[in-house]
Design a binder for this molecule. Sequence first.
Ligand code: FE2
Ligand code: FE2
Length: 330
Amino acid sequence: MYGLPEERNRSQPAEPEDTALRDSFEATIAADERIEPRDWMPDEYRTTLVRQIAQHAHSEIIGMQPEGNWITRAPSLQRKAILMAKVQDEAGHGMYLYSAAETLGVSRDQLVELLLAGKQKYSSIFNYPTLSWADMGAIGWLVDGAAIMNQIPLTRCSYGPYARAMVRVCKEESFHQRQGFEILHTLSHGTGAQHEMAQDAVNRWWWPSLMMFGPPDDESPHTAQSMAWKIKRFTNDELRQRFVDICVPQAAVLELTLPDPDLRLDEPTGNYRYGEIDWEEFKRVLKGDGPCNRQRLEHRTRAHEEGRWVREAAAAYAAKRARAEERLAA
Ligand SMILES: [Fe+2]
Ligand SMILES: [Fe+2]
């Protein structure tokens, strides 16, 4: 039904009114107004957004796995209920985002196919394993915390449907971040073994969470254009710095340490300087060689296949209802 934007537009001849349309697009961006689905937009803007929103949607859905893995082992009924609600929220985020991507002329089915074929990416953070209950705390505090840092500026993104989806997503992410902090706080102030478990989780999740902001600015191929289009409002390194600055005092409240001997306050700027990030590890995991890449995609593929009958039944029911409504209206 739909072609991906690149395919669909490749065959179209350049229209004479393109310059006027481009001017109006540029003026909308310059005025800090929103581009809406029916507005003309350059092919590259559309393609960039499809890539980014799809990757974001896939991350929400794949991101359900590391934590879903602990629902049956949560230490109390209350913890189980909270974790279930959180994982369910992530499914909801995926749905908002696939819907936002659909306004750009791709279907959710196409995007899911591309994910399962390994042709579109999701955030590398979800290729790390969750080894203990404390990982639920570290993921909430650091991974959802980094996600919020990335996503709050997206509520001001130039593309309307993406920006609006982010408003609700961010509210839920802030609940996720606080529940993670609370898990770690409880463990850290519990028995010696619990404190050690919390510290071990933070040691494993700290560096991957810094990698969530993407490569350094001078190696980030899309940053300049995305900033010019106001899709992105801050660079990767700016957001990473903000995240570090927020986490250091929070770690002190948790009475946990961050695993970086080079971490220190730079008095003149008020920023915390941090050690070298292992970008080789980042590239390795991104290329598919992380601890859980294969497992995550296999699980998603199996869940997709096992859910096929549900999707078919829902579609058949919707069609039957539509026919009945048509008959009533006739
Ligand atoms: Fe989310
Ligand atoms: Fe979240």
